[in-house]
Design a protein around this ligand. Sequence first.
Ligand SMILES: Cc1cc2nc3c(=O)[nH]c(=O)nc-3n(C[C@H](O)[C@H](O)[C@H](O)COP(=O)(O)OP(=O)(O)OC[C@H]3O[C@@H](n4cnc5c(N)ncnc54)[C@H](O)[C@@H]3O)c2cc1C
Length: 474
Amino acid sequence: MASDFDVVVIGAGTGGYVAAIRASQLGLKVAVVEKQKALGGTCLIWGCIPTKALLEHAHALKVVQNVKEWGVTIAEGAVGIDMNQVQARKDKVVGGLTKGVEFLFKKNKIEWIKGTATINGRGRVEVVDGDVQSLTASKEIVIATGSAPRSVPGVEIDRKRIITSDEAIGLREVPRSLIVLGSGAVGVEFASIFRRFGSQVTILELLPRIVPAEDEAVSAELQKSFRKQGITVHTGAKVTRASASTGGVEVEAQLSDGKVEKLNADYLLVATGRGPVTTGLGVEGLGLSLDRGYVAVDHLFRTGVPGFSAIGDVISLGSGHAPHPQLAHVSSAEGVVAAERIAGRDVKPINYGHVPACTYCDPEIGSVGLTEREAQEQGFDVRVGTFPFFVLGRAKMAGEGEGFVKIVAERKYDQVLGVHMIGPRATELVAEATLALRLECTVEELIRTIHAHPTFSEAVGEAAHATHGAAIHV
Ligand SMILES: Cc1cc2nc3c(=O)[nH]c(=O)nc-3n(C[C@H](O)[C@H](O)[C@H](O)COP(=O)(O)OP(=O)(O)OC[C@H]3O[C@@H](n4cnc5c(N)ncnc54)[C@H](O)[C@@H]3O)c2cc1C
């Protein structure tokens, strides 16, 4: 096995493995060190893929629960969910994709070095996996070690009853009751999954609204839908303490009216964000600058210390920037930029204002660009247009009329500043909105873009019409 490379990437998540493939495509000799038994990192093993696989199961259950409406008959008997089969199918999906990355490594002649990496100085990495192996990187070491769940004061994760998403994706039972702490993407996705599976779900969110990063109208629509589905939502709720016993958890929270309440459930899922993984990596002695534990980088993912780059969930873009989005597609885009720069290509920085965000709860959320409030705060003369899905023929056929598409634009040049949608296929429809922002589209251009009929995408065209005060179908 070779030990001298041009580039050594530490971590085979969506950041690291994509950087490795791109660097190899550009003629560099690349190794990736990964301590897990499979490639793909958080996204493939514990994140995007397993959660969305579970959400597909929840969707299948929803369809079956509503078969009467479709005139489909099934034999008498209660509809249920077999968690062993759910887990088996989810594991098969995950296994297929992680093996796919292994195949891509072979195809691109990338060496997978199994074990835990420690950096020993410029161009030197030591890997421990029982044996110790020394690697050299003549050009660059790319730190792509990702993130891990973190908790809040008073809540200690025991991974049995007080769990994180890492444990929640593997549950082989449907909890009778589940408290979800935090209502970002991870929290509301698990709330949707387990409510559909049959759990009593309570969300506790510290901020005044759920999915707080989204446009306020989207938060309100999701909260309305969750209430209808029977999910209890407490916003402005501060959890002060949580304790686990063998059979469940007790959570103490100060609710928005100031009263302190004790809530009991089978499990507490802590979904309060993720912190950087750098422990044991040896970053401290290298002169790298750390920002709350994140590796600080510039717009081309240089750490400021020659020979070291960093990408993905582990990075901070420094003060003056919005928080770095911890998303798989962001880490991959950063991997491509970093690899091209290392290979000597002329590269452009990523525009973080054009990153789409998708939340796969039920109903789905897709958004890109400025919210209405952000646009106002930035001084734009804002106008908005909203179109509800329930009016669309395609949505009526599918029986999925919840939600809307909302366009945020500015009046002077008619430029689209942001698009926010909640409802059927929102996570797919956001691609058009992302391209619109990327191409600095006007609302007029979106209006003149012909959307096929009958499709969900007509809601985007109609929202553009609505922004000019001229929606056709409402
Ligand atoms: C439940 C959940 C759902 C999510 N859903 C989505 C989604 O739908 N869409 C989306 O865009 N994002 C989603 N995310 C976020 C997404 O998974 C992350 O943003 C993405 O995986 C970050 O990629 P990364 O390469 O930076 O790090 P990671 O994927 O975390 O990879 C880092 C890798 O480095 C390895 N490593 C760490 N230290 C060492 C070391 N010293 N030596 C060797 N190896 C090491 C780790 O084992 C890991 O494999 C989700 C996250 C979670 C938790």
